[in-house]
Design a binder for this molecule. Sequence first.
Ligand code: PEP
Ligand code: MG
Length: 754
Amino acid sequence: MTPVSNAPRQLLRRLHRIMAGAGSAEQRLTEVVRLVASNMIAEVCSVYFMRGGEILELFATEGLKESAVHNTRLRAGEGLVGHIAATGLPLNLSNAQKHPKFVYRAETGEEIYHSLMGVPILRAGKVVGVLVIQNKTQRQYMQEEKESLQTVAMVMAELVASGDLFDPLELQEATLERAATSRFEGVVFAEGMAEGVAIFHEPKIEVIKHLTDNIPQEKTRLAAALMALQEQIEEMMSAEDVRHQGEHQEILDVYMLFAKDKGWKSKIEAIIDTGLTAEAAVEKVQLNNRARMQKMTDPYLRERLSDLDDLANRLNRHLMGIVGTAASENLPDKVILIAQNMGPADLLDYDREKLCGVILQDGSQTAHVSIVARALGIPMVGQVGEAVLTVAESERVIVNGVEGIVYFSPPTEVLQSYQESIESRNAMLAEYDALRDLPAKTLDGVDVELLVNAGLSIDIEGLKRTGATGVGLFRTEFQFMVSASLPRVGPQAEFYREILESADGKPVVFRTLDIGGDKPVSFLKRDDEANPALGWRAIRIAFDRPALLRYQVRALLKAAEGRELSIMFPMISDVSEFKMAREILDKEITRQKKRNSPLPKKIRVGTMLEVPALIWQLDNLLPLLDFISIGSNDLMQFFFACDRENPKLAGRYDPISPPALKMLKSIVDKCNDYKVPITLCGEIGGKPVTALALLAIGFRRLSIAPASVGPVKMMIRSLDLAGVEDYMAGLLSRSDHSLRGLLIAFAKDHGIKI
Ligand code: PEP
Ligand code: MG
């Protein structure tokens, strides 16, 4: 029994009539469930609304016992209806009673119904009810039917908004109910600490009119809003600080691509054709996108969902005449932005002087907005959940982007202690700034070279701010990760040239693409690998897809025209792999020469050392290299067989331990024998105490995050290196799990600032 193809349109037309008709809200609700049941050939159609914030109450039904109305109540999470409310996702079951969440309620008489389809009723993104249909037979409802049910659910949200069914404040008050002062936990997306007043990034938008009988007018409104959206993006693209930042430009390019996408427009128009207003149609298309994209396993594509959400919201703001976010308002001095999620472009809209921190209901660490927040040094805590909805505009807020905690209206003592630690953090930062132009030289006169790790053009700011001597690791994959398609040679070269130019003569070591593993890109389909860190990644991909590396190398050669180019390869496991990579580079150099194209004035070629096997090939490898760089993040995970991403294993093994330090020392010693410069560019170089251990075993060059340069330099300048070298020599033969405690005690005794 499939509905006839014009059923959705017919359904909407009748729905429109009911909604515009006379009668109480309850009567209209009853008419709607009757209509849905008959139109969708369902034996049951019921609607539940959320009361008191967490109880779902049956408000109307066609098919279940009349007496159950207002008597059947479920907690969110209880039964199938509660499950739909708790997850906010539709459910489509041919045999509902087999579902683990099924609970039987005698008063409804629903035991004879087998199939069930339910969708959440959403208002401004929040679940306010559930709409369900049921049939006796075990049938699988079709996609088209699910969409119809979702449309009806959208319209039902209007009834809640009207306040005729029950006081909508009941919903709000229930959710706002929380302790006067609250502490919530989230995830650190960008490090730092801040305190200020809560400002909602977007005035909450809610579609209040869903149905229309003037379809051409809605299409004209849509076209005008799309135009305004494109203009808005264009404006953002030409903003002074975005023009100089390649990756932000890229992100906006992707936005523009979506905004001009004919497919998007025609999907919205097709829904308008069924009788929905333009804004309801935008919401519906986004609902479908969300359902589709949430199922995707590729994290890159799932991230694009937040970009799309952002765009759909922007479009709806144009349609409803609510243009602009809080960024265009008159803001107080210390702003903590509150948002469900936001796009990177949104963040760039704000006045940097005033924006102190961000709290997101959702979001993820790898989302563009988090990358941008880290690059701008704006503390950001995400995945705080619905708790975010309990904050009031202008309420005082603390963002602890070190431990992933936020406070709303903190008690005075907590606020004071945070203000003190923010102040002392700032004082520390000022102290580090003061070291900017001083050398990283130990008390006994040994020079150490401190370089920075970078991946965004904005990171070059860090190079300047810290006074580091160059970029020891430029992770080129970021440009690829934020791009919807493979960046072509021209834009790649342009980006690298910009980096070299802004580095202002300081050396930059470019690492060729290190994609795969934890770094997905959209243009390369990957298998689900059981062990992605050990899988098809980095140089291994490049050997199977040589054009990727060839084009990148070509772009690098072009970009470094007349300058020095330093280039290294990730995840090299044996000498033959280095030779193969080098061969690709040499072929490109020959190609440039043949075409009389300009070349860098000098090319230095090196490799990352991240795979332990390479340590036993150094005698063969080192004579072939200009430099080597230890990627300790990967090297340690392979050395200890310990996933670097697994939080349960964090801190289980210590690089400041005899086996790890002995291994690292053997590499340094070999490099010194062969006079090959060696750098360490993993995270361990960035912590003063680990950096101390590294210096003690012979490292003299570290490439670290810009924020680590100050603390590590301060440690170096307080250090008598000969003393710590002697001490360390005596420790390496011990069998301790970690030497950290001993080293910290030594540092304290000898005034080393760690
Ligand atoms: C490393 O593995 O230590 C490294 C620097 O590379 P990435 O963290 O980018 O894998
Ligand atoms: Mg690595």
